[in-house]
Design a protein around this ligand. Structure first.
Ligand SMILES: Cc1cc2nc3c(=O)[nH]c(=O)nc-3n(C[C@H](O)[C@H](O)[C@H](O)COP(=O)(O)OP(=O)(O)OC[C@H]3O[C@@H](n4cnc5c(N)ncnc54)[C@H](O)[C@@H]3O)c2cc1C
Length: 454
């Protein structure tokens, strides 16, 4: 299990004092390794604080903890945090992040796209027998990923980060001082304030990131998402056994979709909007009404709301601080997907630090973070964000376009390409002939959409 955190703050030794060693490669499966610090405690090491223990922070800390020459602190304010979320993850994440099978509550193999006029378009025909969308509970997924990082040697810090003090920008070795409410040190019923000095910071503290504020990373526009967890009768739950629903229409969201997602023993019913946040409750009523026959007799067990970033922040790396996951703004438009991108950006950032530090023997620079983390991330996923941004602009703007969108979702070629790119996060090679046919079908659908839209 995790080590206790040191109670003294010390200054790192010069780079030449650190012994370089090779970083362990990422193993695909869960590893049980006692957390043994290989370097004597007071022999100072290069220190990294990861703020936030969601998928982004946990995966960054895991990659860092695999290098024993780096002292990694993973700071989380709520160890049983249950992030408001649909919990849907793509199939490739299971293998890539070595997730055990029991983390997946449900395997969704069928979807219904419900159009503004109420047409139900079945989606999923093209899936192969082993393919599915994984439905997870975030409290389970996050705690699994976090514990794995702690087992590998990341130091557990249970606290709420309140302030990040920046070093003098002219000092390449200046320390970042992190002040946090220390939930392991309660005095008179209140958490005392502790602090930590580190060489680098990874900001993985979600959409309301304090790390982003500290480095003046700039704002992003965001959607507000609202979700009710509803326990529905067993016979109704059976309908959602392996099926998720997406609803589109002015009544459920002016610029996004609403959903009914099957969870462990209930359904998550939610919606989101960027352009009309004050009326989010009206859209919540909209999805409740549309799904009413299918969720009748249900009991609301939890109500939750949370921001979803719309695009990356203007600055994601400043000095020796990098933002990952929602703190950076890595949620895709159109689908609102962010778990995989959080985990992936965290891992890429952690690995970039290990590489640039020559396994803990030098302190990476801002340029190292840009070259080793930002550029590869943007190269790999930039096209995905662009395509989904365009789709959202074209198809989520009015009911006629939404009717057309649903009709197109019934097309086998569209389903094949969409699922391949969602499930495997790879740009799919498409067929030029099919692309031209699709263009004509799109025009036809848009024209029919105008006739059908309510
Ligand atoms: C309603 C809703 C539904 C969604 N559905 C899906 C979906 O089905 N599939 C999908 O892929 N994505 C979905 N998303 C998006 C997804 O939830 C996020 O993209 C993802 O959680 C980002 O992970 P993260 O680790 O970057 O941030 P988070 O998951 O937000 O984790 C941040 C962590 O930092 C901690 N923290 C925050 N501030 C501090 C602090 N000051 N000090 C210490 N700790 C701190 C928090 O407690 C938390 O554990 C949904 C989002 C919403 C709001």
């Amino acid at each position: 299990m995790a080590t206790s955190k040191p109670s003294v703050t010390f200054v790192s030794a010069p780079a030449q004092f650190w012994g370089a060693s090779s970083a362990r490669p990422l193993a695909p499966r869960r590893v049980h390794r006692p957390c043994i610090r290989r370097v004597p405690f007071l022999q100072a090491k290069f220190r990294v604080a990861v703020v936030g223990g969601g998928p982004a922070g946990a995966c960054a800390a895991e990659a860092l903890a695999r290098c024993p020459e780096i002292e990694t602190f993973l700071i989380e304010r709520k160890m049983d945090n249950c992030k408001p979320c649909g919990g849907a993850i793509p199939l490739c994440m299971v293998d890539e992040f070595g997730l055990p099978p029991d983390i997946i509550d449900r395997k969704v193999r069928r979807m219904l796209m419900v159009s503004p006029s109420g047409r139900e378009i079945p989606v999923g025909r093209t899936l192969k027998p082993h393919e599915y969308i994984g439905m997870t509970r975030r409290e389970i997924l996050d705690s699994y990923l976090r514990e794995r990082a702690y087992e590998l040697g990341a130091i557990r810090v249970h606290g709420l980060v309140q302030e990040v003090e920046l070093p003098d920008p002219r000092d390449p070795r200046g320390k970042y001082r992190i002040k946090y409410a220390d939930y392991d040190k309660i005095d008179g019923g209140r958490a005392t304030t502790s602090s930590l000095e580190v060489d680098m910071v990874v900001g993985a503290d979600g959409a309301n990131s304090r790390v982003a504020k500290a480095i003046d990373a700039g704002d992003y526009s965001y959607a507000i998402a609202f979700q009710e967890r509803i326990k529905i009768p067993d016979d109704k739950m059976a309908f959602y056994e392996d099926l998720a629903e997406m609803y589109v229409g002015d009544d459920v969201s002016p610029d996004f979709y609403a959903w009914v997602f099957p969870k462990y023993d209930h359904v998550g019913v939610g919606t989101g909007t960027v352009i009309d946040k004050p009326n989010i409750k009206r859209y919540k009523e909209g999805i409740r009404q549309r799904a009413a026959p299918k969720i009748a007799g249900g009991k609301v067990i939890k109500v939750e709301a949370h921001p979803i970033p719309e695009h990356p922040r203007p600055r994601r790396v400043v000095g020796r601080v990098a933002l990952v996951g929602d703190a950076a703004g890595y949620v895709t438009k159109c689908s609102g997907e962010g778990i995989y991108f959080a985990a992936k950006s965290g891992r890429m950032c952690g690995e970039a630090i290990v590489r640039a530090s020559l396994n803990g023997s030098r302190i990476p620079t801002e340029q190292d973070l840009r070259n080793g983390y930002l550029r590869p991330y943007d190269r790999q996923y930039g096209p995905t964000y662009t395509v989904l941004d365009i789709l959202q602009k074209v198809f989520y703007t009015n009911n006629a376009a939404r009717e057309a969108f649903c009709e197109l979702c019934g097309d086998d070629y569209v389903q094949q390409v969409t699922f391949d790119s969602y499930l495997y996060k790879k740009v799919t090679r498409t067929s030029p002939v099919e692309d031209v046919k699709l263009l004509f079908r799109t025009i036809g659908s848009l024209m029919r959409g105008h006739a059908l839209a309510p």
